[in-house]
Design a protein around this ligand. Structure first.
Ligand SMILES: *Cc1c(COP(=O)(O)O)cnc(C)c1O
Length: 448
């Protein structure tokens, strides 16, 4: 919790929690060391994703302390970097996967089947084939079906393993309508159908182990009432299923734990969320599961980018940077706010503060990270840091405009390691198979 002390200094202390000084509830962009970050760009180029694995461990530990009796599964889609999955799994988390590709990466990271859950949303046949194949080697993995069709398609493939049903509780919470999944018919079987569907699945020989719902991302403290209502519906449903079908192993209430993107926002009161969850779920003879994604990684990551252009436009100062909507899609996609800091201007030399529109190199008007934000006047060659980029950053990066995806480095203790090299233009084009010219290597830009 952010407290204002008597002398007006804002500090990240949480009275009553002895651990909080080493493990503050949020790491702000200002808490990162500007010189160290700038050196990373000098060594690895721009744009560059940076992920601090020690901070990931701290975030996991805070969740584990707030929810001591719950199973915690990290939602891989927030950030699927292999070394990160290994770190989180080692710390004790299971891995919640949204695709066959994520299941493959989770198993490759050393997670045993018992720690892997695959949440199938309109799963392509290829995904089911791959996951059922993986199940033959890892019979303890769990598949969460969100439609009766999916259960039929699993049966067609000979799957009779651990089955969880994703239900649609008809209630949503979250920071943007595109991520308010609980209310969207796309996700899950209507909750009122769940008992019948699970009874039928049990009759057909599936090992029915749980029920699941995920109502969307960005749940904040002020939405606790909606969270309480959702969780209490899940508790009711768990009791109905237990009566009609048999005991469940777990009740999974999904992820969606919010993080403060704005500097003046307070961090989520995790203990309050945990208490509300425990109260609302009531008496169940099953383990509570949670699936945080964003909360584990968001503030452990920053995106670094060089300023390449400063232009006085009629309305504003436009600051052009190397990173764009292909590097970090959230501002263009959701209108999300990300804190931005000029690391070079941190060197003490006073700079005037001016409103700036920071824009990427993509030929789209939506390719801006902020509009008219007050920041120290940028100069060509400066390095900017974009905060809270650890979640849904690299994972949503793409190659639009034939723009290779950036490199990623990880920090751990005193170590800096390149975790994923920067793509080359050749990486982007190498899958093309119908080419009339074969002398592509004459182009120095391809890296060949
Ligand atoms: C995306 C997702 C999560 C994680 O959501 P966060 O907002 O990152 O915590 C958890 N469970 C499921 C099923 C998801 O699709």
């Amino acid at each position: 919790m952010v407290n204002q002390s008597a002398d007006g200094v804002v500090s990240d202390t949480n009275s009553g929690d002895a651990d909080s000084n080493e493990n503050p509830a949020v790491r702000r962009l200002d808490d990162w060391n500007a010189e160290e970050l700038q050196a990373l760009v000098d060594d690895n180029g721009s744009p560059l994703y940076v992920l601090d694995l020690d901070r990931v461990r701290e975030n996991y530990r805070r969740l584990d302390q707030a929810f001591p009796d719950a199973e915690i599964l990290y939602a891989v889609k927030a950030n699927a970097l292999g070394t990160l999955l290994e770190t989180i799994h080692e710390a004790g988390a299971g891995l919640e996967c949204a695709s066959a590709g994520e299941v493959t990466r989770a198993l490759a990271a050393g997670a045993p089947g018992s720690a892997v859950r695959y949440t199938a949303v309109n799963p392509p046949a290829r995904d089911l084939d791959v996951v059922v194949d993986a199940w033959e080697d890892h019979p303890d993995l769990t598949i969460t079906a969100g439609a009766e069709d999916t259960i039929d398609r699993l049966a067609d493939r000979g799957y009779d393993g651990r089955l969880c049903l994703r239900v649609n509780p008809g209630i949503g919470a979250g920071h943007h309508e595109k991520v308010r999944t609980g209310a969207a018919a796309k996700f899950g079987v209507p909750a009122e159908r769940a008992v019948d569907v699970l009874a039928d699945a049990a009759d057909r020989g599936f090992d029915v182990v749980g029920i699941h719902a995920h109502v969307g991302s960005g749940v904040q403290s002020e939405q606790l009432d909606a969270h309480r209502e959702f969780v209490s519906r899940m508790g009711d449903l768990a009791r109905d299923v237990a009566d009609a079908v048999g005991d469940l192993e777990f009740v999974d209430v999904g992820g969606g734990f919010g993080v403060p993107y704005r500097e003046d926002e307070d961090p989520l009161d995790l203990d309050a969320v945990a208490e509300a969850t425990r109260d609302a779920i009531g008496d169940i003879d099953a383990t509570l599961s949670i699936e945080p994604g964003r909360y584990v990684v968001a503030d452990a990551g920053v995106l670094l980018t060089d300023v390449n252009t400063v232009k006085e436009a009629r309305e504003t100062t436009v600051v052009g940077v190397d990173a764009g909507m292909t590097t970090l899609a959230r501002p263009a996609m959701y209108g999300s706010y990300h804190p931005i800091r000029n690391l070079t201007a941190d060197d003490g030399a006073a700079r005037e503060t001016v409103p700036q529109t920071i824009a990427g190199p993509i030929c789209e008007s939506g390719d801006v990270f902020c509009t008219d934000r007050e920041l120290p006047a940028s100069e060509r060659g400066d390095v900017l840091a974009i905060g809270n980029a650890g979640a849904y950053g690299y994972e949503m990066a793409n190659q639009y405009n034939t723009r290779p995806r950036p490199a990623s480095v990880v920090l751990e203790g005193d170590e800096v390691r390149l975790a994923r090299r920067r793509e080359t233009i050749d990486d982007v084009t190498r899958l093309e198979t119908d080419r009339r010219r074969s002398d592509r290597d004459s182009n120095p830009e391809t890296g060949r």
